[in-house]
Structure formats: structure tokens, C-alpha cells
Design a protein around this ligand. Structure first.
Ligand code: G3P
Ligand code: CA
Length: 288
């Protein structure tokens, strides 16, 4: 398999100096990891959306952050005897019966309903929002001429090679290989992705700073570095950027910090639950 000109490859020019990466979609305004959240992020002008990928019992990749369905679906109502509702113990047919939107209206995880930023009709529309398959997410992204960062969560019941094969197979089938960046904490999956298609862009997620970030990325043949805020060291970012690696930092929502980071010249992208906050900052700094 080959996919030339992936825009997230090391050294490739980015659409703008800092990318607005909508974390789990526009997670402050719509239920995370759903097409509603992706749609909202796209409307807001985000450069791409990040989503979390896990596999059903029958091996279908779907979007879900947690290892269980409890927090972001009504699984406890539909399947009351299946606690703690591990994702990998549910079939696709069962997951398709779940409502992954109503919890957002009930919990208001970022206080944006209380703040009046989510109109009533949008809240109504979230009721019954399904858990998307990865295929649906990729087709949505492709149809909009947009981009995505797929975070492959550590597999529980599938070998890394199978995870990589299934995800890459879908990417190729949908024809979106040039617009996708794959990240993971699981280095084995990232290595398998590169083995199958060296033109695809990969990025390790870093919660604990590695002793030698440049050597680490080069060893993985990675294209970008994805540190958590607390693992972010400006000198690392500066060295990595000079060598052409992307540096995409997660997850920042505070307006002052977003501005400081966007203007600082050290990052190529910022993951935020509030793409609506980052967008005007980037437009002011870099133009629209
Ligand atoms: O991909 C960056 C970030 O999403 C990793 O953390 O827990 O939000 O998936 P988490
Ligand atoms: Ca994630």
C-alpha cells in the first residue's frame, strides 16, 4: 500500500503554522467522538478533528474514548446486567442500539449548556446520536474534504498487527490516506502501521517525557510528537520542529494559554475541546 503526499508527514508544509485540532470533535459543544461533534468542529473552522478508536467484540473499529461504554452512552439502561460495560465485550449490533448523545445534555461536561452556548434545538438533536463506526467517521471526513487524527487506543482483544491492518484497510477503502494522522500510546501499533504503509503519518502519544525525544521519534520513523501539557518541554519542541517533526500538544482549553502557545512558535498544533476559542486567536495571528 502507498499513499503519497500525506500532509502530516515529517517536513511537509502545514495548511497554517498552528493547527486547530478539535479534541474528540468540538467536545465542549457536542457529545465527544460523534459525528455531531465532528460536524460542529468543522463548522467552527477547525483544521482537523481528533477521535478515539476502539474495537467491538466482533472486531469493528468504532469511536469511543473510554474502555467502557458507561460514561458516554445509555448502556446501563439498555443492557442493565452487563456492568461494567467493556467496549470489547459488545458487538457492533449492540453498540448500534446505544444513545451516545443524551448524556451530554444531562452532564454538560464543559458547562457550555449552562453558559447558553448550545442552542435548545442542537441539544434536542443530540438525543439518540449513535456511536459512529470508524468507517462512518472517515467517510464523513472525506465528504467534507477535511482531516482527522485517529488515536488508536491500546487494544484489548486484537493483536497490534490486526488493529493496524483493519484501520489501514478502511483508510485505503475510503481514500483518505493523505489526510489522516495516526497516533497511539501503543508503539507496536504505530510500528505496524509504518510497516504496512511508510507514507502514512504516525505520532506517538507521550504522557511521560522520553529521555531523548528526537532519538525516540527517529527510531519509530514517526512524523510528529504528541506530548501531554505536563510532558511538554520547550527545548524538545524547538529541536523537533527544526528537524521537521510536527509537535501537537494536548489538551489545552484556557484562552490565555492557547494564545501563548499559538504565538510561541514551538507547536504545530493544539488539541482543544474549545476549537471555537482557538480559531479567532489563529486568525488574528496568521490570517484566515
Ligand atoms: O490525542 C491526544 C489526547 O486525546 C490523548 O488523551 O485521554 O484525551 O485520549 P485522551
Ligand atoms: Ca484521544
Amino acid at each position: 500500500m502507498s499513499s503519497s503526499a500525506n500532509i502530516f508527514r515529517r517536513g511537509a508544509p502545514l495548511p497554517r503554522p498552528v493547527l486547530d485540532i478539535a479534541h474528540r470533535g468540538a467536545a465542549s459543544l457536542a457529545p465527544e467522538n460523534t459525528l455531531a461533534a465532528a460536524r460542529k468542529a468543522h463548522e467552527l473552522g477547525a483544521d482537523l478533528w481528533e477521535c478515539d478508536v476502539r474495537f467491538t467484540r466482533d472486531g469493528v473499529p468504532i469511536l469511543m474514548h473510554d474502555a467502557t461504554l458507561r460514561r458516554t452512552t445509555d448502556c446501563h439502561r439498555k443492557f442493565p446486567t452487563r456492568a461494567p460495560w467493556w467496549v470489547h465485550l459488545f458487538s457492533l449490533e449492540e453498540i448500534e442500539r446505544l444513545d451516545a448523545g443524551s448524556w451530554f445534555n444531562e452532564v454538560d461536561p464543559f458547562g457550555q449548556i449552562r453558559a447558553g452556548a448550545v442552542p435548545q434545538e442542537e441539544q434536542q438533536g443530540y438525543r439518540g446520536e449513535p456511536v459512529p463506526t470508524l468507517e462512518a467517521a472517515l467517510r464523513f471526513t472525506k465528504k467534507r474534504g477535511w482531516r482527522a487524527n485517529l488515536e488508536l487506543k491500546p487494544g484489548v482483544h486484537l493483536a497490534p498487527r490486526l488493529v493496524a491492518e483493519r484501520v489501514l484497510g478502511l483508510i485505503q477503502e475510503v481514500g483518505i490516506a493523505t489526510e489522516v494522522l495516526i497516533s497511539s500510546y501503543d508503539e507496536r501499533v504505530l510500528r505496524e502501521i509504518k510497516r504496512l504503509d511508510r507514507e502514512l503519518a504516525i505520532a506517538p502519544l507521550v504522557a511521560l517525557r522520553p529521555p531523548d525525544p528526537v532519538g525516540y521519534l527517529e527510531g519509530l520513523q514517526a512524523d510528529a510528537y504528541h506530548p501531554g501539557l505536563w510532558a511538554f518541554v520547550p527545548e524538545d519542541a524547538s529541536a523537533l520542529r527544526r528537524l521537521g517533526f510536527g509537535v501537537n500538544l494536548w489538551t489545552c482549553d484556557a484562552p490565555d494559554r492557547l494564545r501563548e502557545l499559538a504565538a510561541g512558535g514551538l507547536v504545530s498544533g493544539l488539541f482543544t475541546n474549545f476549537p471555537q476559542r482557538l480559531e479567532p486567536i489563529l486568525e488574528e495571528l496568521f490570517g484566515s
